[in-house]
Design a protein around this ligand. Structure first.
Ligand code: GAL
Length: 415
């Protein structure tokens, strides 16, 4: 009985479609794009990419699978759940480097090497980045951008109120400035947020105290996490925490950034997605400098997009990936996102003064990866370090933190 009704309804639909002659165009196919870009400058970047996708890919419709939470803290958990029930989005955001390797090893992403050939990507992406995306001779994602992690953002008016008009030349000078701000009555001289943002701060201090080469060695097994330079870095990191807001563990990065915008903080260490976000939040007068003591080190990370194994709309996803990797797509996306194009052939003219400085630095700087943003660490390693930092934030014992950091490295370093 039910079957008869279904067949009758289908016959009716077919008849009306043929009869009108107007409804021959199939409805657009959807491409579900999974990111953690849900607000502010991050959403502005995504929106710019979607506008280009709409123009490049007629017959395809963008479906927003974004899950809010800086650095993907919530999105990555949701992605794991979806993968487990074989319900992947068509494409998802993944950091180039160790984090991408997690998905490759789990068989969750498709080989995109052929697209690199047909879209000519090998000629327009930096060789080092292609190396970071290549595993056993194959490439599994297309990069959208390069972000820099080791940047301090400032509220110049707050600093001027404490007599600070130039960037500190090294870490001791930075700590002096924090003390000056505190003495001038600034509530939280250094705006701080939850676990992964504290990891970013610790990494910046490690670059200063170990130098870029030994810092990079922390993630390859070449540098010992139990050594005296790491002890010094943990102590310096602890000093910096002492100049931050006490509610740090409850704030995501945009809420910590709000302290800066509202004049309750003088500085925030954050990746350069902050540049676009500060502009999106009507605070274009920000200042910036590389974290004190990092010299010309550029701590990089790159957002890239994949084709999920089992994606339901392969044609549409190909078109999304082509837009992401195109010169125009990268220009529009990055102008809005605060990052710089991964491609080397995008003109710098439309970019902000901050972004133009980052483009110049990217070419000449010493590059090191980021654990908090997946270029240096696997997700398991990153989670272990974030957990150690959460404990440290509530019961600060430097020796326990250093031992936990060393333990995570022993457990998760890839041979
Ligand atoms: C990073 C990501 C950036 C930005 C940031 C804050 O992991 O690569 O694009 O979104 O998190 O959420």
């Amino acid at each position: 009985m039910r079957m008869v009704a279904v067949i009758a309804a289908a016959a009716l639909l077919t008849a009306s479609a043929c009869g009108s002659g107007k409804n021959d165009t199939p409805p657009p196919a959807t491409v579900e794009v999974f990111t953690w870009w849900a607000e502010g400058g991050e959403k502005a970047g995504l929106d710019a990419l979607v506008a280009r996708f709409d123009a490049d890919c007629p017959g395809q419709r963008f479906e927003n699978g974004a899950v809010a939470g800086g650095a993907g803290v919530n999105a990555k958990q949701e992605l794991t759940r979806r993968m487990a029930r074989h319900d992947p989005p068509d494409t998802f955001q993944a950091h180039a480097g160790a984090e991408l390797l997690d998905y490759i090893d789990a068989g969750q992403v498709e080989d995109l090497t052929a697209y690199y050939e047909s879209w000519g990507l090998r000629d327009v992406l930096p060789a080092g980045l292609i190396d970071d995306l290549t595993v056993r001779g194959k490439i599994y994602s297309v990069p959208a951008n390069i972000h820099r992690a080791n940047v301090v953002w400032t509220n110049p008016a707050v600093l001027a109120g404490a007599g600070i008009t130039t960037p500190p030349k090294d870490l001791p000078a930075f700590i002096d400035n924090l003390a000056k701000l505190k003495a001038a009555g600034v509530e939280a001289p250094l705006a701080l947020g939850r676990d992964w943002t504290q990891l970013m701060l610790l990494e910046a201090v490690l670059i200063t105290d170990l130098g870029p080469d030994n810092f990079a060695g922390l993630f390859t097994g070449r540098t010992d996490w139990r050594g005296a330079p790491v002890t010094k870095a943990v102590n310096d990191f602890t000093t910096l925490l002492g100049y931050g807001n006490l509610d740090r563990d409850t704030l995501d990065w945009p809420q910590a950034e709000r302290l800066l915008i509202d004049g309750k903080a003088g500085y925030q260490l954050m990746g350069d997605w902050a540049a676009a976000d500060l502009e999106a939040k009507n605070f274009p007068g920000y200042g910036w400098f590389t974290f004190p003591g990092n010299g010309n080190t550029f701590q990089w990370l790159a957002d890239s997009f994949t084709l999920s194994t089992g994606a339901s709309n392969i044609t549409g996803t190909e078109c999304w990936l082509k837009t992401v990797s195109s010169a125009t797509g990268q220009q529009l996306f990055n102008e809005a996102k605060g990052s710089i194009p991964a491609r080397v052939d995008v003109p710098s003219s439309g970019f902000s003064p901050y972004q133009q400085s980052a483009m110049t630095d990217w070419k000449s700087a010493t590059q090191v990866p980021s654990c908090a943003h997946g270029s240096g660490c696997s997700q398991a390693w990153q989670s272990a370090v974030n957990a150690a930092l959460r404990s440290y934030s509530t019961s600060p014992d430097p020796a326990t933190l250093q031992a936990a950091l060393a333990q995570a490295a022993t457990q998760f370093v890839r041979p």
